[in-house]
Design a protein around this ligand. Structure first.
Ligand code: F6R
Ligand code: MG
Ligand code: MG
Length: 366
């Protein structure tokens, strides 16, 4: 059976500040999704959050980029914004950039990751959702999962993965895409995806079967809006088991946190901390950045789950390490490498300060 899994997310208001989502907003989304399921638009759905981002996880048979499903998500966010406004939540509707919906939500603010799949005998799925970071944050873990044998031993000892995976990479600034075949092109791949503010892994495909293995949201809010409106807070869907890495191999990259862009005012480097749903509430200096992992089995499109994969105690050390990394970064205050380089900073007073001081700058002799 062919089924499409769509994850569409937006920050439509924070409770308190940018730290969490309000239950009444999520309850409203739940009601709209439930109605859409009753009417047959959706097979199933699950409404959740990561920090201040509302997450709509939907299964259906309308394919990727379906106007029907995207309009449902857009209308849900618009309606929930009204609830957020009544509660005077912070930044109500902040990710909804357009006024009128047309065709799909791409370019309108919400983040989208979708895949149409032929559901396997057992379809294990992990959905990653992050807060206080940007698209491109999945480059490192996706590389580890699908190209690094020190992370995924299946690449070495499982015959059904030995040929490797191909990576579709998007240049988010120039709007170009390129595909790399791994393992033979990993050095070329890393030249690009090691610069995640510009190049983001969009999707990964099993080379022998051509089956989709992973897909991420690569939308850049600041590029869409032409100004700072909040970080992208991306999502990513990964299929696991069988021809794909095992669930444990899919989760393993998060056992040691890496630094990602985001955190306070979208303008800092900070560790990406793997947390349970309950702990996806970035508070210290509006962070540090968080990632949650919700696991589902699909059963004819029904979402059997979620299991909160990072709730497990085996990620406690990763959280402790992330807190230590956060301490070290915070000691830098407004200095790099905690603060992002000027051209990456989304929240900057530089143009105003430069303008104020322009007459005081003199040419130097040398
Ligand atoms: C980062 C983020 C927060 C805000 C900060 C200022 O993605 O959402 O760190 O940038 O709290 O928020 P405003 O400008 O809404 O007062
Ligand atoms: Mg927010
Ligand atoms: Mg957010």
């Amino acid at each position: 059976m062919k089924v499409t899994l769509s994850v569409i997310k937006a920050d439509i208001g924070g409770w308190v500040g940018h730290s969490d989502s309000h239950p009444e907003v999520l309850e409203n989304a739940e009601q709209m999704m439930s109605e859409a399921k009753k009417q047959g638009t959706l097979i199933d759905y699950y409404v959740t959050k990561c920090g201040d981002d509302a997450q709509l996880i939907m299964t259906h048979t309308h394919g990727e980029g379906s106007e029907l499903v995207h309009k449902l998500a857009w209308d849900t966010f618009v309606d929930c914004t009204e609830v957020a406004k009544k509660l005077k939540l912070h930044g109500a509707g902040q990710d909804l950039l357009g006024d009128a919906f047309s065709c799909n939500v791409k370019g309108m603010g919400p983040g989208v990751a979708e895949m149409e799949i032929e559901e396997r005998e057992a379809e294990s799925i992990i959905i990653y959702m992050a807060d206080k970071t940007s698209s491109g944050a999945w480059n490192f873990p996706l590389y580890k999962i699908f190209a690094d044998p020190f992370n995924t031993v299946g690449l070495v000892i499982a015959g059904n993965m030995h040929t490797g995976f191909s990576f579709e990479v998007h240049d988010v600034k120039e709007h170009k895409k390129v595909t790399f075949n791994c393992p033979e092109e990993i050095y070329d791949l890393l030249v690009f995806i090691g610069a995640p503010s510009r190049f983001a892994v969009k999707s990964i495909t099993h080379r022998d079967s051509g089956d989709i293995a992973a897909v991420s949201s690569t939308q850049k809010l600041s590029l869409m809006a032409g100004r700072y409106v909040g970080k992208d807070d991306p999502v990513c869907i990964v299929r696991a088991q069988g021809n794909f890495p095992a669930v444990g191999e899919v989760l393993e990259p998060f056992s040691h946190p890496i630094f990602v862009e985001g955190w306070m005012r979208g303008s800092h480097m900070g560790p990406l901390m793997p947390v349970s749903l309950a702990d996806s509430t970035p508070t210290r200096f509006d962070g540090p950045p968080r990632v949650i992992a919700m696991g589902f089995q699909l059963a004819n499109g029904r979402l059997i789950g979620p299991r909160d994969m990072f709730e497990d105690i085996s990620f406690d050390n990763a959280r402790a390490e992330a807190n230590m990394m956060a301490d070290i970064m915070r000691q830098h205050g407004p200095f790099e490498p905690h603060r992002l380089p000027l051209d990456e900073m989304e929240y900057t007073t530089m143009p105003q300060v430069m303008d104020k001081l322009k007459n005081r700058f003199e040419d130097m002799e040398e």
